[in-house]
Ligand binder design. Structure first.
Ligand code: PMP
Length: 478
């Protein structure tokens, strides 16, 4: 047993099986990874083996970054309390954070998770518009609380889900590779128009049915749907339709925010400088692993929420330790020029993935921005049929080669890259080399292909089960 372990791996698994709810899933269920230490982009297991972390969109500025650790421990030793007292770092952070948004977005609410942020965003949108209906995108995931399962097709359309509520409208995700309209038939501009027109139809339906349009709720690039980049002009058109129908536009930046896309701090900015959501929700990377999240909105919308008369109180939201950590994360993003790194290394990786695409026919599409990239595996480039079992195999083999990467998308066939932003060119080379090895191995070995052939007969749930936790598995959002 390693000196940092209290239990052997076997004991950890036994105790987990006994005391942790069975619906709490692990990666790689048949041989889960036990991590006991991490630094930068590397995670170390109980035997000291080093894994390259391409999965962690939470430890954004690198695992255990000394500046963040020091800010947390210093503040913890001085004061941590609930949020009903005046505290400087909270307001200084609010000033600093809102300065990164278009000027209208200048009011914050601090919470503890992406789910809390999105649930609060719904309440605020309802209070402001007086309307009920929400337009969401197919395959979206917005959080684990009841209100968000209701607007997350990724959940309500899967085992355990209760299906679609009558106040929820599911617009097709603007996926130009495998969506309702594709780049095989339409130009980029036509794609933006057609997908946005579908949202317009739901706006009309919501107003006809009587619920009225409360909000268009979407990530600025869709993560769980398989790293989807929307056609340019899509959000501009959608926002116009939604506002004309009386609704507000919510941008979920829980996964894609804080500079992950490299060129901009917020992913909605990729769609143009004039794109200004009414409400933005933040989470995961904000505290580099510490639970702190936020809702950002306009003064006018915040006043409507205040006018309901109901106080908003959140015990831990934005407490002094959370605020110190969130400030430290921002310091590191700025001081270490991590957005620049996300652009440079992200572009390099994309080029290298594209080189692999030239070599391996299984790669159908490479997409994304900065360190939010997707590699779409297909059985046939023409039909774009998803290579689900193959993706599960690649994932498993990469793990055996100490690379942690996840699969996502409705067919679980998209290799999803979203490492901490400190990922280097050397790390990229390691990933590419090992991915190349696995793809060569798949092509060369008849045995592997035969086994994949058998696996392809299984359901998607089974094929993905190694990643997610067994047969009949439900999707695993990370
Ligand atoms: N929105 C998105 C886009 C997410 O990916 C997630 C988490 N996977 C959430 C919201 C919910 O965040 P949390 O798990 O912190 O509640």
């Amino acid at each position: 047993m390693c000196d940092k372990e209290q239990l052997s791996k076997k004991e950890t698994i036994a105790l987990r099986t006994k005391h942790i709810g069975p619906s709490c899933k692990l990666f790689f269920w048949s041989d889960p990874v036990k991590i006991i230490q991490a630094k930068g982009c590397y995670m170390y297991d109980e035997e000291g083996k080093r894994y390259l972390d391409c999965i962690n969109n939470v430890c954004h500025v690198g695992h255990c970054h000394p500046h963040v650790v020091s800010a947390a421990t210093k503040q913890m030793a001085v004061l941590n309390t609930n949020s009903r007292f005046l505290h400087d770092s909270l307001v200084l952070y609010a000033e600093r954070l809102t300065a990164t948004f278009p000027p209208k977005l200048n009011v914050c609410f601090f919470v503890n998770s992406g789910s809390e942020a999105n649930d609060l965003a719904i309440r605020i949108a309802q209070a402001h518009t007086g309307n009920k209906d929400i337009i969401t995108l197919d395959h979206a995931y917005h959080g684990h609380v009841i209100s968000l399962i209701d607007i997350s097709p990724y959940k309500f359309n899967h085992p355990g889900g209760e299906g679609q509520r009558d106040w929820v409208h599911v617009a097709p995700v603007p996926d130009s590779y495998r969506g309702k309209y594709t780049d095989k038939e339409y130009t980029t501009e036509e794609l933006a128009e057609k997908y946005a027109d579908d949202v317009k139809i739901f706006c009309e339906k919501a107003n006809r049915q009587g619920g009225g349009v409360c909000a268009f709720f979407a990530e600025s690039m869709q993560s769980c749907g398989g790293q989807i980049v929307y056609p340019p002009g899509y959000l501009r058109r959608v926002y116009k339709h939604v506002r004309a129908a009386g609704g507000v536009c919510v941008a979920d930046e829980v996964q894609v925010g804080f500079g992950r896309v490299g060129s901009h701090l917020w992913a909605f900015q990729l769609q143009g400088d004039d794109i200004v959501p009414d409400i933005v929700t933040l989470g995961k990377p904000m505290g580099n692993g510490h639970p702190v999240s936020a809702v950002i909105t306009t003064r006018e919308i915040a006043e409507s929420f205040g006018a309901t008369g109901m106080e908003y109180f959140n015990t831990f939201g934005g407490n002094p330790v959370s605020a110190a950590i969130a400030n430290a994360v921002m310091d590191v993003i700025e001081n270490e020029k991590l957005m620049e790194n996300a652009t440079n290394v992200g572009n390099y990786l994309k080029e290298e993935f594209n080189k692999l695409k030239n070599k391996h026919v299984i790669i159908g599409d490479v997409r994304g921005h900065g360190m939010f990239l997707g590699v779409d595996l297909v059985k046939n480039r023409e039909t774009r049929e998803p290579a689900t079992a193959e993706a599960a195999y690649v994932n498993k083999r990469l793990k055996e080669k100490f690379i942690l990467l996840s699969n996502d998308g409705p067919y679980h066939n998209v290799l999803k890259f979203k490492s901490p932003l400190v990922f280097s060119v050397d790390d990229a080379d390691e990933l590419i080399q090992k991915l190349d090895e696995v793809l060569c191995e798949m092509e060369e070995s008849e045995n592997v292909i035969a086994n994949i052939g058998k696996a392809t007969q299984l359901t998607i749930g089974h094929a993905q089960s190694e990643m997610n936790g067994g047969a009949n598995s439900i999707p695993l959002q990370v």
